[in-house]
Design a protein. Sequence first.
Lengths: 235, 509
Amino acid sequence: MNQFFLLSAHLLRVQISSSGTYYILGAFWLLLAYIFSLSMVQVRQANIIPVFWWAGFSSLFLIPILCLNTYLKGSVDNFFTLQRTLGISTASITLGYFVQRVVLLLLLDSILAIQYGFLVLYGSPDHGLHTCAFLGLLCLQMAYLSVSLFVSSLSKDRILTMMTSVGLLLGLWLLSYANQLFSGILTPLGQILRKGSLYYPFSHFLSGAFYPTELLSLCIWIFFPLWLCSIQGKR
Amino acid sequence: MRFPRFSFFLLCLFCAILLFAFTLLLTSTAPTDLPAKLASLSLFVLALAMTLEAPLLTRGVQQLGSGANTRDWIRSLLILVFLIFFLMLLERGERLMDFSEDGFHQLRQSSIRFLAQRKFSLTVFAMRNRDAELYGILERFLEVLQTHLPQASVRWIDPSTQPTQARESGIRTLPSILVQGEADTVLIGRSQLFGNMGKTARGRAFYGESALVEAVKSLENSQVVHLLFPELGKGPFLDLSAGGYSQFVQLLKSQGFLPSISETLPSTSEPTLVFLPPRKIPLPLSLELVKRIQSGAKTILFFEPSPHQPLGELSREMEWEYLGFPVVDPLRNAGNELSFLLPHFGSHPIAARLDNHFPVLLPGTSAFLSNSPRAQPILRSSSFSWAENPSGGSKNPVFNPESERKGPLDLALGIGENLVLLADQGFLSNEFLPHPGNQALILNSLYFLSGRLERASAYPKFISERPLQVPEQTRRNWIALILFLLPLSAWCIGGLLSFLRWREQYSSK
């Protein structure tokens, strides 16, 4: 456990001292600030749910980029050094990579807290709704992260990893429309596919109400690919 | 150069068809079943490609697991199966966790209790791509309903794929719900689910819960209600204009009541609504009415401000007095119009079923006085009100303690279990009936008289609007901070770190 914390602290230090982190941060903040400004000008309501939606949607493309280099040449060397020299387990290393990127995601989402502060100062936003939406966004981003880490552990080809991750995440997003596509005798298939979608529970979180199983299904999407990733790391 | 395999083309075709189907689903506004057909076609193409590439797939799966221990993969598979099984178990009877302050997604306990005792099935006609927002609200509502009432069957029909069924069910607007009882069906249209505009001054309104409760009620109701309008020949009773009562009759019909309109008093004991004219009532009718009320027949009397004292003998006997003068209530007037009153609710059981969020709006009401212990106030004016004597002649009404009666005054009274007095008729006119409070007052009064107050009207739900009160300059400053300063500062830190690293590398060389 101690090794895991040391590893996480080291990875976080690397993350914070990386210039790329701040470039990504700036770009993401600019996008969300633009959506926020638009909604302030047009809607003038104490509600930033559209910004949450856009944060979720843009993460679909951003997170695969964040995970690109995790298991590539230089990182693989680091991985083997950590595993063989220091004797850290693959599960701890995978979890370390995950925590490193979750902290980055929290930094990315911190702009939402600033925007929410503005709403609290000049309006009366629905606290429950926004808390629920933030929980949903964080779970969605962690699920994306987990899936992307798993995909990047499967291949050493950067383009292939990127394309597969984005394609998979986009597919998991679009699955929420499966019940519309499959009708007639294929209706049960559509319903099952929709349950497996990542966007379906997220959309419920955005409306301020969710079922415990929706949270659980997101948790499965977070932890199961991580588990597979740690198994894959043993190769 | 190696030519790509046939299955590669099939996979490309699968992706293209699926992408096209989703694009069509999300962009098409006209009813079409093409996306569904394309999705089925794409599945067929995928199955064909997988069959052709079966050996490659098998090799790939073997390679995937080659480095790891087989036991690990089996364990993973078992964990996944267990988690899915656990999810399916939990899904049964789970409760919605509603964090929104409006509690928009929750069903009222009274509605759940009422619906749980009835047998009905629902067929929903809706298209996701046409009304995405309304579809989402409706979908969530029906999901919540099914968790509380697992016995209620809900069937979704997309009119684009099953147009015949939609046509046979008489669907004219989307989304609509067909409520099927044991013997009859009721259709809830889009305007009944979401109001006429879908949005009100208080935010987005969803009437689904109340509309469903009302529909189920109407499946059971077959109560005849007599409407006595002594001046039917002269007045515009069923007129569609603002002063007519056509919407009121429609409301009764939509609730399953069977309204019967006449100029003469019926001899039956069924609930009768009497619209008393402002002029003097003919003596025979007056005597008949007194006799009917004395016999305990269920009656609602609607008065109009008038100098005449209708039913004087009855009022003396039952110890109430009709003031006749219009009531002025500066504290509870609506829209700066002194004659439009928003009364307080009294202690009567009917008033207990009314909701302060949906006030009753009375145009030009008078009031009653009563000391009888049998009389309970339903609606009351404030203590700042008074019954204004129009003969005073002043344009601006001012309370005159010598000739006028000071409030609080009773604007509606319940006397015993069989008689309700309302000092206004205009609140039921086409102009004022759309107020949910007005509808609730009259329907609750009818349910009270028929001894079924548990069926009292349910209210729509709102996602309330939360406007931002921010000065223009402050808004601009915040936008400048969030839109420019924050991203710029992040990029500056990134640039600085890059520069430091470059300098470090340069100096080491």
